[in-house]
Design a protein around this ligand. Sequence first.
Ligand SMILES: O=C(O)C1=C[C@@H](OP(=O)(O)O)[C@@H](O)[C@H](O)C1
Ligand SMILES: C=C(OP(=O)(O)O)C(=O)O
Length: 430
Amino acid sequence: MDVIVTPTPKLQGDIQALSSKNYTTRYLLVAALAEGTSTIYFPAHSEDSDAMRRCIRDLGAIVEEDEEKIVITGFGNRPRDVKELNVGNAGAVLRFLMAVAALCPEVTFVNTYPDSLGKRPHDDLIDSLRQLGVTVNDNAGKLPITISGGNPKGGRITVSGNVSSQFLSALLFLTPLLAEDSEIEVLHDLKSKVVVGQTLEVLEQAGIKIEASDDLMFYRIPGGQKYEAKTYRVQGDYPGSAAVLAAAAVTESDVTIHHLEEKSKQGERAIVDVLRMMEVPLTHENGDVIVRGNGRLKAVEFDGDAATDAVLAMVAAAVFAEGTSRFYNVENLRYKECDRITDYLNELRKAGANVEERQSEIIVHGRPEGVEGGVEINAHYDHRVIMALTVVGLRAKKPLRILDAHHVAKSYPIYFDHLQALGANVEWVK
Ligand SMILES: O=C(O)C1=C[C@@H](OP(=O)(O)O)[C@@H](O)[C@H](O)C1
Ligand SMILES: C=C(OP(=O)(O)O)C(=O)O
């Protein structure tokens, strides 16, 4: 399914932020790793959270749900002996469950998205699991991957944080369940460090004790712990909302998004500060972000690693800013659903934006007068590319057709419904 985005000068109305993807996947996981019954209120509904739901069920969790909650009876440290798991295109779900698979006799993670998740590297996590004595058969660090647990005990391990924080998060979920104490040292840099804060927050809520160094590069994890069954409430999702806020920023608008906590640990809440730095009129109080856009934006410089999943939306806003914007420290955007530097900038250029890439940097020469549009956009299987190009399409001169825009459902299945509710001219076509 494609979407046609027709230029729309005005957006108006209010929407509820959808529920956070990253918190939903984490709560589902810690509920599955507990032995009792946990309840998760307002979980996200998207392909990625569905993938986690499906896989924990396959691993033996009992999952029941209604409109507002999911009730999960976990399998503790004894997942069912499952032969195969299908995580769809969900990177975090794959990485977290590769660690859990160390508790299983033998599991194969299948490769259902060869052109997206199938291209992403997992070597760093594979190396760490091998240090724990787990046997891993992989395809040069990529899917399909077979993990044979071999009853790991814990101990001292290292993990590289250069490519993704998800490898470290995965080990932090596993090691408390092992019989002996563990120590994890992060080698090189730790990218997307803020997301590890969300992992630690959820582990603490689940009753797990972990000692973390202030710089998040070293951890002591007592072994033999048990996850407690708890009640969780999922907060609003900043990465998805970032695209809607960017859309409001580049148009004449009066848009409110409810349910975005000011004190959230999501790094992507920086979208609010970045738009503010770009001189977009907005307020953020009592969980409501209100943007009253006038279409005028100023260029910005920003360390994108602090808000990994909002960078594409920020870049889309910068396409219309006065001056040159720079988003630096973003190399790991290359290892996502697509290469979010080269692939994304190619699509932006097609739409008429003036952008340049460096190995770990995106440079945007703003065009306040608008871009030409009138082209077909390749979504590269990437929900965030789809959302960001939609923002650009709203202020192009001619419509954009985003091919295979249904991949938006990876994180935000109702993105286009939300935009329509705000008055955007976006239409699904076959
Ligand atoms: O831990 C998580 O849930 C995530 C971590 C981040 O990935 P990286 O650490 O690979 O940047 C983020 O981009 C991804 O959407 C979700
Ligand atoms: C990169 C993302 O997710 P994941 O790594 O979990 O596939 C994302 O949501 O933008």
